[in-house]
Design a protein around this ligand. Structure first.
Ligand SMILES: *Cc1c(COP(=O)(O)O)cnc(C)c1O
Length: 451
């Protein structure tokens, strides 16, 4: 039974200014290092899930010893997690983080600065600003580009929609929605665009879903005719997005052509590169990103294909002023001459995620990012070859990135049965998305040792 006198209670939770408990605090850290290395990272040979039994949590009246809690995490919590460290897991867009990102996350928590304002995060405000300009330049978004990190791609897409509405109808910031605005994305685009229309108050029915081809790329002629149709109905198109890496097939829309159409109809042009954005690091995929210079905004998630731990996503804008005007934020308790990210983001208090992103980029370098992205493409080619060599399997469509969609070619075995069999055998963990009316199998090749 631990000692719960006031001083020992405080010492268990915080460093004493007299430094007497420095060794205990350090020991606690080492216990976490062992837990993470042995209990999480070194589980590549272990099952996808070891224990599926229900978990029951009881919060005690008297706090328990930290060593006991760590033991409980090891024996009861970790076996119930889904094991992304197993190289045969390739179901969704879930990468394992680079080692440095894991430790950086603990560092971020320890420093605990706040992206709300410059005075609460001086170095990280500078770091995030520089990283946003660096990524904006990488995508060719011009000298006036800027952006903000967000807690995920959905939040970045919602923010883009808000900026677009406030650009098209600045009065809406004060008066609410005043006109019949309509937005366009393909039927393969992420569901966060519906969420965005709901949040911005424009209504999900005013998001028009443009048909895509068999691969999941937007059909341009359909886009243009739908835009014209809406204008004839008295609606005002304000937002068109191209997707760079759709969530199911990893398709990349013709960015430049969609962007030109958006500009022709005086619409905000958004590129959702939440998934595919990392492709910009390799010359093999760079041609697909032509036209990002036309983008008013762009979403990119390093937490998906750049091996940065969650959360780490960003919204980039071509014109810094759009971000300032769009949020129109003021922090009465802060100097309004300085850069305060709390004014440029839907979130207020926010983690300093720039630190782990910066550490991953510094340690990999752009050549390392290129190597890692190309490595996932090569591992994907191997999977495609394996599918083509097996008469029981077939590709659903030619992959563009490291997302491979396949199905059972045997009429007696459904894709769903095949998936369950593979999971039960520990062979592969694939997902089972609904694609053009059918359940298919999807593999996302993110694990550096996938296979
Ligand atoms: C994953 C994804 C999103 C949403 O990102 P979250 O971080 O899950 O919110 C948006 N768009 C595309 C294309 C995605 O693949």
């Amino acid at each position: 039974m631990p000692d719960f006198s006031e001083q020992s209670f405080l010492n268990a939770h915080f460093l004493n200014p007299d430094r007497s408990n420095l060794p205990e605090i350090r020991k606690l850290g080492y216990a976490f290092v062992d837990l993470i290395v042995d209990g999480v990272l070194d589980t590549q040979n272990q099952a996808f899930i070891q224990d599926s039994s229900p978990f029951v949590s009881i919060i005690p009246e008297q706090g328990e010893a930290l060593t006991e809690i760590i033991d409980a995490v090891r024996s009861q919590i970790l076996p119930r997690t889904i094991n992304f460290h197993n190289p045969r897991y390739m179901g969704h867009m879930d990468s394992i983080p680079a080692a440095v990102s894991i430790w950086a996350d603990a560092l971020i928590s320890a420093v605990n600065n706040n992206m709300l304002s410059y005075e609460l995060s001086p170095i990280f405000t500078q770091m995030e600003a520089q990283l946003m300009q660096w990524f904006g330049n990488l995508f060719g978004m011009g000298t006036d580009c800027f952006g903000t990190l967000t807690a995920g791609g959905s939040l970045a897409n919602i923010s883009a929609m808000l900026l677009a509405r406030n650009w098209k109808q600045p009065q809406s910031k004060d008066l609410g929605n005043i006109d019949h605005l309509v937005a366009f994305v393909s039927d393969a685009a992420h569901t966060s665009f519906e969420k965005a229309m709901n949040v911005v108050g424009l209504g999900k029915d005013n998001l028009l879903r443009v048909p895509s081809n068999d691969r999941g790329e937007i059909i341009l002629e359909a886009l243009e005719s739908m835009v014209q149709q809406q204008i004839q109905l008295g609606k005002q198109p304000f937002f068109i997005a191209a997707i760079a890496g759709t969530t199911i097939t990893g398709a990349v829309d013709p960015i430049q052509a969609v962007g030109r159409l958006a500009k022709q109809y005086d619409c905000w042009f958004h590129v959702d590169a939440a998934y595919g954005g990392a492709g910009i690091f390799t010359p093999k995929l760079q041609p697909l990103f032509q036209g990002c210079d036309l983008a008013d905004s762009l979403t990119f998630n390093p937490q998906k294909w750049l091996w940065v731990s969650r959360t780490c996503a960003m919204l980039l804008v071509k014109n810094r002023q759009h971000l300032i005007d769009g949020f129109d934020g003021k922090l009465p308790y802060m100097d309004d001459q300085t850069l305060n990210f709390g004014n440029l983001n839907l979130q207020g208090t926010r983690r300093t995620d720039s630190l782990k992103l910066w550490m991953v980029l510094k340690s990999m370098g752009t050549s390392g990012c290129q190597y890692m992205v190309e490595r996932s493409l090569e591992l994907s080619d191997r999977l495609v070859k394996w599918i083509n060599d097996d008469p029981e399997l077939e590709l659903v469509c030619e992959p563009t990135l490291n997302i491979i969609c396949l199905r059972s070619a045997n009429p007696d075995v459904s894709s769903s049965d095949l998936r369950q069999k593979w999971i039960d055998e520990g062979k592969l963990w694939l997902s089972l998305p609904l694609w053009k009316g059918d359940r298919i199998l999807k593999a996302v090749i993110l694990h550096p040792y996938a296979g």
